[in-house]
Ligand binder design. Structure first.
Ligand code: AMP
Length: 537
């Protein structure tokens, strides 16, 4: 019986040691290698002084070594924090300040960012450094190198962790400008993985995609779902995301049996006509999660790939990977038809409630809440934020257990299925990335070249998801164009948070009570986008 995430790999190393566990380009790792290398790493971490519950940040690319790193950290009873290595340094520094890692693990692709991020830290604050596949690193704090891994003890260290202990912290966009860390326990992940493995029937003959980056919670299902099933995990190269032809060749050439991604990757492939009729003969199932898959994309895919099962998974990071599912029974005929987010996965409950936390009638819109096994422990060291959305059991309110307020709007249909209706706050999804518009505004205001600015999201219906639109008022006399702002903001924000549309104002439109009129701004951007698309077509 598996209780900790790392037990899956240990079990597979016993039953199929020579089977391939992970493939990334020319790099491959068997289950025996994964087990032994992660044992060695765990022993090195413990020898370096890492203790139970210590955070270890991973500055690594999506390779087999990264999966070794995750397992090594968990086997040392520590908590891993995957860092987005494409993020600008100041954002990574905020994450380091927040989680105070005992050690960071670095590979070649993370060296520059790691060095820059540590450069502002005092010696006492600075974590230790260990390298994985990196020739050169980061000053004097390096306590072990890749070569030390070869000499470390291969036997598993004794583990003290319990299933309720944290396994990883995933930092996601924060509305006040500081990323917030969602603390995920071993049992959160094991619960979903066991459900998913059984529901989808994943087994040792499966070849599973590893599409999202490691700091996305969806990646944990690819990795641990595949390992738990003794399957082969095929890491999708990041550059394929921009090249739909490459993405579909990857599915074909790797003979994938399971594809799981955010909808934007699917819409991009559909739009660029890179999928033939009856293409991907090995593929059995296609799963998406993270945002609405436009129904025209679904129709395109279902018409071309009639041999595949299509499943919509829904859920926030805070409830671990997904909380509900809907396997589409037949190809929709109407491109306007809305695809439900379905029913709760075993062990999870979805509720649609009103402002008083009372259930609304079937068919009525309300706020979507989730309870159950997937509920994250908390936001890392942020009691206020945790209390605001993780509501504790309260008899008076009729809450028998802890529930999470998703911020999503939904209704439950007469058929019992849940349907997603959008957000009730300023969180958006753009190309699958979860973004708080407040984080972008905070960065824009920090540039010191704008008198005023507002960032709004405008749905595009296309692969971009929601377009990030920035309305700005330049500081008097400053020669500020959208290019100047974009270029300066790229030092503070990841690329995917940079606004794609801009409008310059002398003053932003206001509502009757003097607030920025965001509704009006959205309309203005939508009109501009509409005019643009008419000019193009
Ligand atoms: P994340 O934490 O990145 O997984 O983002 C969670 C949010 O993404 C949810 O609260 C929803 O707003 C949205 N989301 C996730 N899955 C779906 C889905 N299948 N359909 C529509 N929206 C989704």
């Amino acid at each position: 019986m598996t209780h900790l995430i790392n037990h899956y790999a240990t079990h597979q190393a016993e039953v199929r040691p020579e089977a391939t566990a992970i493939v990334a380009g020319a790099k491959k790792l068997t289950y025996a290698e994964l087990e032994q290398q992660s044992n060695r790493l765990a022993n090195l971490l413990i020898r370096a002084g890492c203790e139970r519950g210590d955070r270890i940040c991973l500055f690594v690319d999506k390779t087999p070594a990264a999966v070794v790193a995750m397992h090594g950290v968990m086997k040392a009873d520590c908590v891993y924090v995957p860092i987005d290595i494409t993020s600008p340094t100041p954002r990574v520094q905020m994450i380091l300040e927040s989680c105070r890692p005992r050690l960071i693990l670095v590979d070649e692709s993370g060296v520059r960012l790691a060095s820059e991020s540590l450069s502002h830290m005092s010696e006492t604050q600075s974590p230790m450094v260990g390298t994985m596949e990196a020739s050169d690193v980061v000053g004097s704090q390096c306590v072990f190198y890749e070569s030390d891994l070869l000499d470390a003890e291969p036997a598993p260290p004794g583990s003290k962790n319990a299933p309720c202990d944290p396994a990883h912290i995933l930092f996601t966009s924060g509305s006040t400008g500081t990323p917030k860390g969602v603390v995920i326990s071993h049992q959160n992940v094991v619960h979903f993985v066991d459900w998913g493995r059984e529901y989808f029937g994943i087994g040792p003959d499966d070849r599973v995609s590893g599409h999202p980056p490691l700091h996305f919670d969806l990646s944990t299902f690819d990795i641990y779902g595949s390992i738990a099933s003794g399957a082969e995990l095929h890491m999708v190269p990041a550059k394929a995301n921009l090249l739909p032809k490459l993405l579909s060749s990857f599915i074909r050439d790797s003979r994938l049996t399971q594809w799981f991604s955010v909808p934007s990757a699917l819409t991009m492939m559909a739009r660029s006509e890179t999928i033939d009729h009856n293409d991907f003969p090995d593929l059995r199932r296609l799963l998406w999660c993270g945002e609405v898959l436009p129904t025209p994309t679904l129709i395109h895919l279902m018409e071309r790939l009639p041999h595949i099962q299509f499943t919509n998974l829904y859920g926030p990071t805070e409830t671990t990977i997904a909380s509900s599912y809907y396997t589409v029974p037949e190809c929709p005929t109407d491109p306007q038809e809305q695809i439900p987010i379905g029913e709760a996965c075993t062990g999870e409950q979805l509720f649609v409630l009103d402002d008083q936390l009372q259930a609304v009638e079937q068919g009525t819109q309300g706020d979507l809440y989730i309870s159950g096994e997937g509920l994250s422990l908390e936001y890392w060291e942020d009691r206020k934020k945790s209390e605001a959305v993780f509501l504790q059991p309260d008899e008076r309110l009729g809450l028998p257990e802890k529930i999470y307020k998703t911020g999503d709007l939904a209704y439950q249909g007469k058929d019992g299925l849940f349907n997603f209706l959008g957000r009730n706050d300023s969180q958006i999804k753009s190309r699958g990335y979860r973004i708080e518009l407040g984080e972008i505004e905070t960065a824009m205001n920090a540039l010191g070249i704008l008198k005023d600015c507002a960032v709004v999201g405008v749905p595009t219906g296309g692969f971009e998801g929601t377009a990030i639109c920035c309305a700005f008022v330049p500081e008097a006399e400053a020669d500020v164009t959208s290019q100047v702002i974009r270029s300066q903001a790229s030092g503070l924000l990841p690329r995917y948070m940079l606004p794609a549309r801009w409008l310059s104002f002398e003053s932003l439109p206001k509502t009757g009570n003097g607030k920025t009129d965001r509704k009006k701004l959205k309309e203005m951007f939508a009109e501009a986008m509409q005019a643009e698309s008419q000019t193009v077509s």
